[in-house]
Design a protein around this ligand. Structure first.
Ligand SMILES: Cc1cc2nc3c(=O)[nH]c(=O)nc-3n(C[C@H](O)[C@H](O)[C@H](O)COP(=O)(O)OP(=O)(O)OC[C@H]3O[C@@H](n4cnc5c(N)ncnc54)[C@H](O)[C@@H]3O)c2cc1C
Length: 543
């Protein structure tokens, strides 16, 4: 059950049942916990106050990476664990995660020299258990420039070349939730846990408000998990008790530039002019650069890339790719998010550990704090182990998510993906779609492509939208819980960040079509004004 049209039924179920686990937060952490718990046999309700992944989990650098920077900070356990998790995430969802060779150039006077890079990457390969054909190679300056001619030549001593994985964070979250829902979890977006219900000093449930229609219901559960990312302290306040730890939020921004202005061939991990490490990553017809890392005190729901963030990123890009002469006008879109870091006294944002911790309050509220997208599955396993440990008498199964394909990821092996896409490209014409549309849909939705094809075929073209676009929208409403146009344009399709021309061209028609499908509730954040705001916001322009 993961259709916006079934929300009333889902809420009815949520209100009349005592769940084993209530998860608060529908980012990647909450999604992972819901999937882990439901596949061990627990009944699960997940509530998300915005759209799924609308918090940090659609605003990251979109890398599943072992975190070379943690090696620099000697956080060997994080490097080892996240390094190993990369391959698992890839194998379970190859349609949303793909290997990406990363180039680490080194310069005279830079953070890493040839020896440090070589030794660091070797340790990285060993800790992360990297397979032979993916291990690091060291490159001469000429070889480095051959891979990426845009790089600054002055002082270049060479480069290290190693494998990371690129993902779509929002889609990874959604595919995890879709699998959890397929296994029986009830997952509701736009539903906020407003306060907790305690019985005999123990946490027993939460009062939930549906932000789309204003209805309120009470949800009861044996175990409650706070996976609210940057909001975990706020949720802990509702429990009335805390510990001496709290979060420190750090903002990170990215900018997106068309490849006609920034023809980046190769993903680069580089030292910025101030010594901070940044990424430049090609993605389809665009490339993006990020990230900043500055303490953030505002509301996490309002975080935006500021003009200062954009200037900083343009300066860094200009420094490492001097011939490009990128200007403010080249920035097509931008996004920012906040890292939910665990506070460490006296440390700069970049120095604070990205490790995760589980806190348990006297009332029994479990809070998962910190962490990374990359480690979400392992974090979930630790949380659900904790729940299983305290459920005396009950027999829950073991964690099975290591070998559990996410929704759309039903491939015997990731190497089957290209053949699958080829097959679907050939089939597309049977559904009245072009080969190119078929290819894009198959690559994007993986083994769920047939469902999108069928929606497209049934809907046909109309309302200023192609059959393929109508198919995507229908699929997002009926099988991905898209409730308002931004859900589709930002987190289901990714157009607003990576195909802003398309978002501009079909945004209003998509909004009108969703309104027709869903009625007045889709008008919330769906009007022309809202689209204009989103498009303006995405270009990083503050109004
Ligand atoms: C700029 C940046 C770059 C990053 N890059 C990477 C990267 O490349 N690779 C990587 O591995 N990690 C990266 N990270 C870290 C990663 O994005 C986060 O660790 C991860 O997304 C956090 O997920 P989460 O589910 O814990 O939090 P969130 O995604 O924020 O989810 C928490 C959710 O809880 C909801 N919520 C809050 N309060 C309530 C309530 N009362 N009721 C219901 N719902 C509620 C919120 O709306 C939110 O959606 C990056 C982070 C940032 C900011």
């Amino acid at each position: 059950m993961f259709s916006t049209l079934l929300r009333p039924k889902m809420k009815q179920h949520a209100a009349g049942f005592r769940f084993d686990v209530l998860v608060i937060g529908g980012g990647v952490t909450g999604a992972g916990i819901a999937l882990d718990a439901v596949t061990r046999g627990m009944s699960v309700l997940l509530v998300e106050m915005q759209d799924f992944a609308e918090g940090t989990s659609s605003r990251s650098t979109k890398l599943i990476h072992g975190g070379l920077r943690y090696l620099k900070q000697m956080e060997l356990k994080i490097v080892a664990e996240t390094g190993r998790e990369r391959k698992i995430v890839y194998e379970n969802a190859p349609h949303v995660t793909e290997p990406e060779r990363m180039l680490l150039p080194f310069y005279k006077g830079g953070t890493f020299g040839p020896l440090m890079t070589s030794a660091g990457l070797t340790v990285y390969d060993l800790l992360a258990g990297v397979e032979k054909d993916e291990r690091r190679t060291m490159l001469s300056p000429e070889e480095t420039l051959e891979l990426e001619p845009l790089l600054k030549q002055d002082g270049l001593l060479g480069g290290g070349n190693y494998v990371e994985y690129r993902t779509d964070d929002a889609r990874l979250t959604l595919e995890t939730l879709k699998k959890a829902a397929e296994k029986g979890a009830v997952c509701l977006n736009y539903c906020k846990a407003e306060r907790f219900v305690h019985e005999g000093g123990k946490i027993a449930g939460a009062v939930i408000r549906d932000g789309l229609d204003g209805t309120v219901f009470r949800a009861d559960a044996e175990h409650i998990v706070n996976a609210a990312g940057p909001w975990v302290d706020e949720v802990r306040k509702m429990d009335g008790k805390g510990n001496n730890k709290h979060l420190k939020l750090s903002k990170g921004a990215h900018i997106v530039i068309d490849k006609s202005r920034f023809p980046l061939r190769q993903a680069i991990y580089f030292d910025g002019p101030d010594g901070r490490m940044l990424f430049a990553i090609p993605r389809g017809r665009k490339a993006y650069v990020g990230t900043t890392d500055t303490f953030y005190e505002g509301n996490p729901a309002d975080v935006k890339a500021s003009e200062e963030d954009i200037r900083y990123l343009l300066e860094a890009a200009d420094w490492i790719f001097p011939g490009t002469r990128l200007q403010r006008g080249d920035v097509e879109s931008a996004w920012a998010g906040v890292r939910p870091l665990i506070h460490q006294e006296g440390k700069d944002p970049s120095e604070i550990s990205r490790k995760d911790e589980i806190w348990e309050s006297d009332s029994g509220l479990l809070t998962i704090a910190g962490g990374k997208l990359t480690g979400y599955r392992k974090m979930a396993e630790h949380v659900v182990d904790r729940i299983a440990d305290r459920s005396s008498g009950e027999k829950w199964g073991p964690c099975v998510t290591k070998h559990l394909p996410l929704s759309g990821g039903d491939f015997a092996s990731p190497v089957d993906l290209p053949n699958f896409i080829e097959g679907k490209t050939n089939e597309a014409e049977l559904y009245g779609l072009s080969r190119e549309e078929g290819r894009e849909i198959a690559a994007f939705y993986g083994t769920n492509a047939d469902a999108v094809f069928k929606f497209a075929h049934a809907a046909g073209a109309g309302d200023g939208l192609s059959a393929a676009d109508r198919g995507r929208i229908l699929y997002s409403v009926h099988q991905e819980m898209a409730a308002v146009p931004a859900d589709f344009l930002v987190r289901r399709s990714g157009w607003l960040f990576f195909d802003v021309e398309k978002a501009r061209a079909v945004g209003p028609q998509a909004a009108a079509y969703m309104k027709r499908l869903l009625g007045p509730s889709a008008e919330r954040r769906g009007g022309k004004e809202e689209l204009r705001r989103l498009l303006g916001e995405t270009a990083g322009r503050e109004r």
